[in-house]
Write a protein that binds this ligand. Structure first.
Ligand code: ADP
Ligand code: MG
Length: 480
């Protein structure tokens, strides 16, 4: 049977405000347990929540960036459930009147562009965290995270395979960092993803029963969890059985999803408008403030890189895929406006290769844009060749010296002195008379052999352009 996969993602992006969404307690990660939970977060009786304006502005920025409808009237609801990490017995969220609805984002998979609809993005508070490994016989609760502002971003069921899901999640991940509303740190849980997955026979309209895989915190696991879940559902349906609508968890060690609990419905949560919070009315001036705070968006940046700097669409796409990468490139070309392509090649060719190999992010790179800028300057002013520059880059990466220091210490400065090169060329011609005869008789390919020999004799330091030029001059002379 030919199956089609249907996926919708729910992403929780932790908003990077200083204070919590309904209290003034700090949101800093990694502090002493329970040192950042105040009376409001702990749910003491008699306390009242006060909405953090910055969280609202950040949600508005997201809405504007995905060309969504901004709901100028939105409401906070209580979502009631009972779990030890939720002291109030309810989470404040938005059900029927979210702050943002009906947006979209463009993704690209295997050269095909596709629009994924974003149903809604609503504000809510995070819960605390249960700690199972701190005490032998007890589970502890750390409420530092309780009340941290989250933006829950819900996609339409427009995604058709795991690769598209990963592209979509990466696009959102990049965007929230671009517009500075979330630090995107997946390891610290600032960006988490739930995947809703179902399958149906290709060509049919009705959606199949879905399962929801909760709390996936890496793109790799998102892809693996969806692929596993699709196969699992296929086996069930091909066996003539039914998929149960439920919440599942991905086990990264066994690479499988396991049932966690049966799916709850909205009415299980007895949602009702929070009587302690007024409906939020978004004024025009607040919306203007959010607009003014929006930086250049990735798509706009890409177009500028193509039109103003002259990059290819392919290069511009890669360089704008993350804000940190685009910033690096922009810092690099401030000193190399004449050579943007050279800068692109060094970033995409060397830097990304090394970052990838070591699995680190660009802001952890041992070579800063300023460091690389000096290296490129030494290629441009012909102190070293591009080939030697790769060795210098490697040395800079490993031992963190500056390009100039490494060139000086290792004696890598290019030989550009024509007399010096001339003498070496003469020597090599004298040692290889039959090859030189072949060259004279018109075998142009042999020129590579001579350039290679000169490079070998000079340990790669001869300026290849000059070597070529001198060789050709000698060839012409010998033909006369
Ligand atoms: P809930 O809050 O109960 O999880 P929502 O209606 O908010 O439910 O939907 C959650 C997500 O599930 C959305 O991203 C939506 O696109 C997706 N979704 C809905 N139906 C299906 C389906 N049959 N298969 C896959 N995804 C689905
Ligand atoms: Mg859900």
């Amino acid at each position: 049977m030919k199956w089609e996969t249907i996926i919708g993602l729910e992403i929780h992006a932790q908003l990077n405000t200083k204070a919590k969404i309904f209290s003034s307690a700090a949101t800093k990660f990694g502090e002493k347990p329970n040192s950042q939970a105040c009376e409001v977060d702990i749910g003491f009786p008699g306390v009242l929540p006060v909405l953090n304006k910055q969280a609202v502005i950040k949600a508005l920025k997201f809405g504007l960036a995905i060309e969504a409808k901004i709901n100028k009237f939105n409401i906070f609801d209580r979502k009631n459930y009972f779990y030890p990490d939720l002291p109030k017995g309810y989470q404040i969220s938005q059900l029927n009147f979210p702050i943002v609805s009906a947006g979209k984002i463009k993704i690209k998979v295997d050269d095909t562009t596709k629009i994924i609809g974003i149903t809604r993005a609503h504000l809510e508070e995070d819960a605390g965290k249960l700690v199972h490994d701190m005490f032998n016989d007890y589970t502890a609760v750390d409420l530092n995270r309780a009340g941290t502002p989250l933006l829950e971003i819900v996609s339409e069921p427009d995604i058709r395979n795991a690769k598209e899901a990963v592209e979509y999640a990466k696009k959102i991940h990049s965007l929230v960092q671009y517009i500075n509303i979330c630090d995107g740190n997946m390891a610290e849980g600032s960006f988490r993803c739930d995947a809703n997955v179902s399958i149906r026979i290709k060509g049919t309209n009705k959606f199949g029963t879905r399962t929801e895989i909760k709390n996936i915190n890496s793109f790799k696991f998102l892809e693996k969890a969806i692929d596993f879940e699709v196969e699992r559902q296929k086996c069930i349906l091909e066996d003539g059985k039914k998929v149960v609508q439920e919440t599942r968890l991905y086990d990264q060690v066994k690479n499988q999803t396991n049932s966690m609990r049966l799916k709850e419905e909205a009415n299980d949560y007895r949602y009702f408008p929070d009587p302690d919070l007024l409906p939020v009315e978004i004024s025009d001036s607040l919306l203007e403030q959010a607009k003014a705070d929006l930086p250049e968006l990735p798509e706009q940046k890409k177009i500028r890189f193509i039109k103003e700097i002259g990059l290819s669409e392919y290069d511009a796409e890669i360089l704008t895929s993350q804000k940190s990468l685009a910033d690096y490139f922009e810092a690099l070309i401030t000193n190399h406006k004449e050579n943007p392509k050279l800068c692109v090649n060094w970033i995409i060719g060397e830097l990304l290769y090394y970052l990838n190999k070591e699995q680190i992010e660009i802001n952890q790179s041992p070579i800063s844009a300023q460091d690389l800028s000096i290296l490129i300057a030494r290629i441009v002013d012909q102190t070293i060749s591009g080939k030697i520059a790769k060795d210098v880059f490697k040395e800079m990466w490993l031992n963190k010296g500056s390009a100039d220091e490494i060139i000086a210490i290792k004696g890598l400065k290019q030989i550009t002195n024509e007399n010096e090169i001339n003498n070496i060329v003469d020597e090599i011609i004298a040692n290889n008379p039959s090859q030189f005869d072949q060259l004279k008789s018109g075998n142009e390919k042999i020129i590579g052999f001579f350039v290679g020999q000169v490079m070998k004799a000079t340990k790669g330091k001869a300026n290849p352009k000059k070597v070529n030029q001198i060789l050709r001059e000698k060839l012409d002379l010998s033909k006369q």
